[in-house]
Design a protein around this ligand. Sequence first.
Ligand code: ATP
Ligand code: MG
Length: 427
Amino acid sequence: MKKIQAIRGMNDILPEGSPTWQFLESRFSAVVKRFGYREIRFPILEQTQLFKRSIGEVTDIVEKEMYSFDDRNGDNLSLRPEGTAGCVRAADQHGLLYHQQQRLWYQGPMFRHERPQRGRYRQFHQFGVEAFGMSGPDIDAELIQISATVWQELGLLEFVKLELNNIGSAHDRCAYGRALTAFLEAHESELDADARRRMHSNPMRVLDSKSAAVQSVLADAPALSDFVSQDSCDRFEVLEQILQSVGINYVIKPNLVRGLDYYNNCVFEWTTEQLGAQSAVCGGGRYDGLAEQLGGRPTAAAGFAMGVERLVLMLETLERVPESYRRPVDAYVLTNGEGLFSLALRLAEEIRALCPGRGIVTHCGGGKYNSQIKRAFSAGARFAVVLETAGEDSPVSAKIRNLAGAGETSSAELSTIPAEVARLLEA
Ligand code: ATP
Ligand code: MG
């Protein structure tokens, strides 16, 4: 019978790979906690309408990439393609947005039906941060500082670059959209079908076109920057000043627009040269209109999301994961002789009590001393603790064998073994 395989673009994370994920998760959650952010968890499935209304009907995500289906009640549901929409929905539904400031974070799987390749999958994971109720550039700067701190903690800061753009207020973008539509209408015959379809419904999406012909038309198109109001420019300038004063380097990217409709004012992306075509590792910005667009009250909002798989790839290539995360077993307790297993279990417990956070394995499955030692090696243990006896009534002795070094063995009084193992492991 043919074995069933995982769905294309949806990865299993095997025990070999999970330490990198754990390292990433622990560093990320520690950083956001230090900045006073609290975790929020919301469902992986939502009403499809939520994503259509927030991300935008005429975006790649909603038009081509969502996993949508009718459930048994006939409701149209979608696997979440990103976290912001669900986060705003949940926060508003539970009254977290009204007259309040919130600093929230989330993590988890997202789903987009894209062409799978290195760094681009159909189930992928994000860490995200959302801040509500703060309208100034101060919170934009804080978000950027959090992301920079995450890179610092992961040892990746020197491999990423911050790109910033000011895409103007919702009002500015409307005016720009009208000008762009008028321009595109005048060049309609030179456009492809995609661009023609989008020039009325979402003209700014035409800017993302992959067609060379469309791009050459766009060379003379009106520039968004000419439509950005003084107010928006002023707040962006404050953001730039804060970033400069805290020493965060950035470049301005006038064509950075982001693939979701809900952004306004400051948008940013962190990119890397380590990953080939999939260069974006984090994207974010302000989205002040979103809560209202979803039926809530107007709410100042900004956030970012990091792509976990891309960070995992970077950490692996650059070998940034500390040894302690990669070693599941530190000591392996085994027995040489009959009737020693219960004693081995008790001894392992005593070692665990002295070495919290370490992996202490008791050998199970029987076998001769040699085969047990082989298991200790293949488990990657640094030390084997061997309990021995010459016979049932003979005294039990113990020794510690260093599996990582030259194999030196030291004998010790049974009662002193746990402390001795603890000393060796911490040395
Ligand atoms: P890209 O330009 O690479 O398609 P995006 O702009 O669609 O990225 P966002 O929606 O901003 O991505 O999501 C934030 C981050 O999530 C990205 O910077 C990226 O690191 C990651 N990401 C997005 N799509 C995928 C995917 N299909 N597989 C893996 N990671 C992804
Ligand atoms: Mg994308």
